[in-house]
Design a protein around this ligand. Structure first.
Ligand code: AMP
Length: 379
């Protein structure tokens, strides 16, 4: 495996207790990062343009400004010891400005790789990490040619800004191709062969400044309306496959010379598959919704792990002490907070958002079970 070099002029340095972390983005991930930082004696400064930003409620410093406000970005980065982010669509120019004033972790290579599905898949391919078959689709002719090569069913996805199933269209037969292209607005795209997966899993992995890696147990993810509904920890796969999944995730962060926590989503194929049984779907260069269970079922959560990594601290153990199911509270589901709060063995996490709009992540809960005795079916 080749290693990319970390070219940051602002060399790795340890951010000791008392230091301040700059977090780009004011959502629930930023909020939980700031809370974890506080547990380690560090404070946070949130930078976000939104008027409602749940992370700002729990941070010592706040900047409400646009992501292209060069002056505000420079002031923000000058006031902190290290900058991180809670979303991957940080504009390249924003990251560049910040990096002139403070170390940005994870770095710009990771951002550029994860922001564009073609760059991401080419990166994985060049590092021998199995994925679904894919092709770059710059125009209609490329789409028609790729359909011949990859076949159907397949999925057409925009290269950039897709999330929760948005910017995607399934192509069941070649006759669907142009309608699918129209449905994604004829944007630059990737065509992927449809994977007949048995289940979807993810691995939360961290890499420290010194190159140490730590991967949590893979969890199984179940979606509802294209949004993560629940994660089962551990995933219902055998130990060998789980070890392989962790190794793939560690391989990715090492090859990117990454610093911080990453979420790696994978498809699991059945034992009868002719090729590899694990295919990487996508990587998220940040803490990930499918890692929320680690707050309650592990000694060191993904949020603390990220803070440790970006601050140059030793990584914590990713060991799971309990089995768990993490359930997202989407929209109105949060109205059940009182009965959920009364459940024994359940940890409730609410994000402090004022309005429970449909599809909005309002909180999550983690039900804990003794190690090895977690439920074998989803809720
Ligand atoms: P993504 O935005 O790439 O995470 O895709 C959202 C969801 O669409 C995934 O969680 C899968 O359930 C499904 N999906 C994406 N790509 C594929 C594929 N190549 N084959 C089968 N299902 C897919």
């Amino acid at each position: 495996m080749s290693q990319l070099t970390n070219k940051s002029p602002l060399a790795p340095k340890v951010v000791a207790p008392g230091g301040r972390i700059g977090i780009l983005g004011g959502g629930q991930l930023g909020r939980m990062l700031a809370l974890a930082a506080a547990e380690l004696g560090l404070s946070s400064h949130i930078y976000c343009p939104d008027t409602e930003a749940p992370a700002m409620d729990v941070a010592a410093g706040r900047t409400r400004a646009a992501y292209d406000d060069a002056e505000a970005l420079a002031r923000f980065a000058d006031s902190v010891d290290v900058v991180t982010y809670e979303f991957e669509n940080v504009p390249a120019e924003t990251a560049r400005i910040l990096a002139e004033h403070a170390p940005v972790r994870p770095g710009v290579t990771a951002l550029a790789t994860a922001q564009d599905r073609i760059v991401e898949k080419n990166f994985l391919k060049s590092h021998n990490i199995p994925t679904a078959p894919f092709a770059d689709i710059p125009d209609e002719a490329a789409l028609l040619k790729a359909i011949e090569l990859i076949g159907t069913p397949s999925i057409l996805k925009t290269r950039r800004f897709g999330y929760d199933g948005k910017g995607q269209a399934k192509i069941s037969t070649p006759a669907d191709a142009l309608a699918a292209y129209d449905a994604i607005g004829r944007a630059p795209a990737i065509l992927e062969g449809f994977v007949p997966f048995k289940c979807e899993i993810s691995v939360i992995v961290a890499r420290g400044v010194d190159g140490t890696t730590a991967a949590y147990d893979p969890v199984e993810n179940i979606h509802k309306n294209h949004i993560l509904d629940q994660s089962l920890a551990p995933a219902r796969i055998d130990t060998k496959l789980a070890d392989e999944a962790r190794a793939i995730a560690a391989h990715i962060v090492a090859d990117l010379a990454y610093v911080g926590v990453m979420g790696v989503e994978m498809f699991v194929l059945g034992a009868d598959a002719s090729g590899p049984r694990l295919l990487v779907n996508e990587i998220a260069p940040r803490v990930h919704n499918s890692g929320h269970w680690t707050q309650d079922a592990c000694t060191v959560s993904q949020f603390e792990q990220h803070i440790r990594a970006i601050c140059g601290w030793p990584l914590g153990s990713p060991k799971r002490h309990s089995d768990a199911i993490m359930l997202n509270l989407i929209g109105d589901e949060v109205n059940d907070w009182a009965s959920l709060a009364a459940e024994p063995g359940t940890a409730l996490h609410l994000y402090g958002k004022a309005e429970a709009r449909p599809d909005r992540k309002m909180g999550h809960l983690t039900r804990l079970y003794p190690f090895g005795l977690g439920p074998k079916t989803p809720r």
